[in-house]
Design a protein around this ligand. Structure first.
Ligand SMILES: C[S@@+](CC[C@H](N)C(=O)[O-])C[C@H]1O[C@@H](n2cnc3c(N)ncnc32)[C@H](O)[C@@H]1O
Length: 197
């Protein structure tokens, strides 16, 4: 698939208000996969229409991705996009609630980008699908700056959600099972947590 085609899909998704990871966040993931060739099996929590999955899969041909999406219409669009771009043999879309997805697979990278208030729940749920060295990557840990500056929003549900993100971020940074780096300046705030025990 050409970069132009994927860029067109990303633009189209954003035009239709479908949330897609920010460009710098995607560049971060791509660089990570270029540097760490041992990462081959990826679980993505939050497919939307498949843009970040395809960005990751395009880095190397030995990358295989399971990706989880709650919304059936988005999942259907993702399957179509992934098929049209020639990734159907390496990206597998699973429809349903991520926190109820059961698999015996063990992943080298678990990229969490679904319901922001559920990040802790996803992390615990997928611990048994990780190994020492698995990287957990989280997007939106700044949530447009509102996590660190609640005055930026007056919306009650946004403030509740950003409080949960703040609590999760603090918990993750103190979690002894992980070595965590929080990249506040990348995209919408990205954290990479490597499982160390
Ligand atoms: C930010 S978007 C994902 C963007 C995608 N990773 C990308 O950058 O192209 C989050 C997606 O997670 C999905 N989602 C929300 N809650 C979910 C859940 N509990 N289980 C699975 N998917 C969920 C939403 O429907 C939405 O499409």
């Amino acid at each position: 698939m050409s970069d132009d085609e994927l860029n067109r899909l990303i633009r189209q998704a954003r035009d239709h208000q479908i949330p897609v990871m920010k460009e710098e966040g995607i560049a971060f993931l791509r660089q990570l996969l270029q540097e760490r060739e041992e990462i081959q099996k990826i679980l993505e929590v939050g497919t939307a229409v498949g843009c970040s999955s395809m960005e990751m899969a395009s880095v190397r041909e030995d990358i295989m991705i399971d990706t989880l999406e709650l919304d059936p219409e988005r999942a259907q669009q993702a399957v179509k996009n992934i098929h049209d771009c020639g990734y159907s043999d390496r990206i597998f879309v699973h429809v349903g609630e991520a926190a109820e997805y059961i698999t015996m697979a063990v992943y080298d990278l678990i990229f969490i980008d679904a319901a922001k208030s559920q990040y802790g729940r996803y992390t615990e749920h997928f611990m048994e699908n990780s190994h020492i060295g698995t990287l957990f990557v989280y997007d939106n840990l700044s949530f447009h700056g509102i996590v660190d500056d609640p005055a930026l929003s007056h919306n009650r549900s946004t403030l509740q959600m950003t409080r949960k993100i703040r609590e999760f971020r603090e918990h993750l940074l103190n979690d002894k099972r992980f070595h965590t780096i929080f990249y506040e300046e990348i995209g919408d705030g990205v954290a990479a947590a490597e499982r160390i025990i």
